[in-house]
Design a protein. Structure first.
Length: 309
């Protein structure tokens, strides 16, 4: 009687910890200026990053420090931090919360599998635990990859209208930083993701960073090819003194054409994607509906014809 109570108590505690980590991870948005300062500090050497985590103290920093001591742990932390940034999650404690939720999720699945297979043979329990460990380790990265793809898709959808508005604002005589700040304020409620990225670039430039480096870090954060082309255009226009507003209008038209082509490609792929559900689920039902009554009728007639007269 004590074992089920203990299991449900541990499961409730683990689930509560995962929910708390998720709320903290996807809660309020970040401060771009403080994020920029933290990003400058994060480019230090690996050994100094470990020492910095150890000196800061606290549960989350100590937890990251212990993970970094594991072989390959520091590389995993850096790759995860990069993916979190590309998903638009750039809080100071985002990496620690994600790592904590990842490990708690894996242990929760292991505990559930161990509880439900406690009466099975040892080999079955071992196979179930291995499968649960693999699922617990692979599911959170897949969720993060999906968040990255969704964030990039939102940036791509917002880019044509935002670039067009940026060209219009630049045509009024505002400087680039003021124009980007104005555009980010106007697009805050329509396209909040791209508005936050523009605002972050402006804050980085105001903090003393070179504009070319700020745009390079924008490309590194987002990983979107269209933003890379936009950043290169802005940097080259500033370097050579060409008209940026006219170039942005032409580039906005090109972005709209790309968006229309992506939509047409998605529509063209829809027929192929619908083929497998139709073959697997719809056609068998149609065969059953059309053929089974006829087969039943034929069997009934044969039974009556072969019976005693």
């Amino acid at each position: 009687m004590l074992t089920p109570i203990l299991f449900f108590l541990l499961a409730f505690t683990t689930l509560s910890a995962i929910i708390w980590a998720g709320i903290q991870l996807f809660g309020n948005q970040e401060d771009p200026l403080s994020d920029r300062l933290d990003e400058l500090q994060s480019h230090a050497m690996v050994s100094s990053a470990r020492t910095q985590r150890r000196r800061r103290g606290g549960f989350l920093n100590t937890f990251l420090y212990l993970i970094s001591l594991v072989p390959g742990g520091e590389d995993w932390l850096r790759g995860t931090e990069k993916e979190l940034a590309q998903a638009g999650i750039r809080k100071k404690e985002a990496l620690a919360l994600y790592a904590l939720g990842h490990i708690l999720f894996m242990f929760a699945i292991l505990a559930a599998m161990s509880y439900f297979q406690q009466d099975n043979p040892l080999t079955n329990r071992l196979g179930g635990l291995i499968a649960a460990a693999i699922l617990g380790w692979l599911i959170p990265p897949q969720v993060l990859h999906r968040l990255v793809r969704r964030y990039r898709r939102r940036l791509q959808e917002a880019l044509p209208d935002t670039v067009d508005l940026l060209g219009i604002v630049l045509g009024t005589g505002l400087a680039l930083d003021q124009a980007m700040l104005r555009v980010s304020e106007e697009m805050e409620y329509i396209y909040p993701e791209l508005a936050a990225e523009f605002y972050t670039v402006v804050m980085q430039v105001k903090a003393g960073q070179e504009r070319s480096v700020a745009f390079q870090q924008l490309v590194r954060r987002t990983g979107v090819e269209d933003i890379k082309s936009l950043s290169a255009m802005i940097v080259q226009s500033e370097r050579f003194g060409t008209s940026l507003s006219q170039a942005l209008k032409v580039y906005a038209d090109a972005l709209r054409t790309r968006r229309r082509l992506r939509a047409e490609a998605a529509v063209a792929k829809a027929g192929i994607k619908m083929l497998f559900p139709i073959v697997l689920f719809i056609l068998p039902v149609l065969f059953v509906i059309t053929l089974v009554p006829g087969v039943i009728s034929v069997l009934h007639d044969l039974r009556n014809g072969l019976g005693p007269r």
